[in-house]
Write a protein that binds this ligand. Structure first.
Ligand SMILES: [Zn+2]
Ligand SMILES: [Zn+2]
Length: 302
């Protein structure tokens, strides 16, 4: 009997992530940390703060330490390497994405991976220019008829999920960034509120889906922040190395991740892909980021 218990313990220590079969990476495009988790009143993110954060692990020192623009930020998240690419959608990442590595090793079906938009220029995320990967292992793409409309983006996710139930899905919620560039502070923060409530709706949707329920890990993060008020045009723009542009957030919720935890360790966007590759048990041979160990429950290590 003792031997039997011992064997179970060894098994538990040597295996990570026994439950995650699907991963969603949701990128809320360009809110500043000071208007989201860094705001002590959390005025614009009541759902993420009060409902979602207690369900998972929150990373308070999470950074874009590369190019703080949309296409580069998304590409760094998806490749686990710092990508500095053109921001107009004319250049793909140079290193293989999560999608390509997953499809090459695990699930070759065309709809196993999905890019749900959001900004159409992010269709470059579907595959890289890397000679060992590329279009053969590409993610499918769902474009938006109205890229700034985050409600439409959530509808697009629901449509893709209902039809295909992809294993890895990335979505771009563009409303915050577009409002901040073009409109005033009130519009910018009201778009954060909209995105916040949609995150709650998305998690409910995932947990009400019989295929995804308790088998899906959700990463909610950002591609970049925005300038501090004291830098250049302030909240309107982004793209340099100021603290406002670099400091973003990461919340991970799923069956393998501790609940109600906050990790203040410094992590970077390039750490997301290696963490997901461990969760879904496949290799990302070119990543330069590290695995976020605290995203995994370590029940047997006491
Ligand atoms: Zn952006
Ligand atoms: Zn800046």
């Amino acid at each position: 009997m003792i031997k039997y218990v011992f064997l179970i313990l060894v098994f538990a220590i040597n295996t990570f992530s026994q439950f995650t079969e699907n991963v969603f990476i949701v990128v809320i495009d360009g809110p500043r940390y000071s208007e989201t988790f860094g705001d002590s009143t959390h005025t614009y993110i009541p759902v993420m703060w009060n409902i979602l954060k207690p369900l998972g692990t929150f990373y308070s020192s999470f950074y874009n330490n590369g190019t703080t623009k949309t296409n580069s930020g998304h590409s760094s998240i998806l490749t686990g390497t710092w990508q500095s690419i053109k921001n107009d959608g004319s250049e793909r990442p140079s290193m293989p994405t999560l999608f390509e590595c997953y499809r090459k090793q695990v699930d070759t079906s065309a709809n196993a991976c999905y890019v749900v938009l959001g900004k159409s220029k992010l269709d470059v995320l579907s595959h890289s220019l890397h000679p060992d990967y590329g279009p053969e292992f590409s993610a499918s793409i769902k474009y938006s008829e109205k890229e700034e409309d985050d409600c439409k983006t959530l509808e697009n996710i629901k449509e893709v999920v209902t039809k295909y139930h992809p294993k890895i899905l990335v979505a771009n919620f563009a409303g915050v960034d577009i409002a901040a560039h073009d409109e005033d502070f009130v519009s910018y923060t009201s778009k954060i509120k909209t995105a916040d409530s949609l995150m709650g709706e998305l998690w409910t949707f995932i947990q009400n889906d019989s295929i995804y329920k308790n088998k899906t890990t959700l990463f909610i993060t950002n591609d970049h922040g925005r300038h501090l008020d004291s830098v250049k045009t302030g909240f309107h723009d982004h793209g340099d190395d100021c603290e406002g542009c670099r400091h973003v957030s990461l919340l991970i919720i799923g069956p393998d991740t501790p609940v109600g935890a906050v990790d203040t360790t410094i992590y970077e966007q390039i750490d997301v892909a290696p963490t997901i590759s461990r969760m879904l048990k496949f290799e990302m041979p070119y990543v330069t980021g590290k695995i976020i160990e605290s995203a995994f429950k370590q029940e047997a290590s006491e």
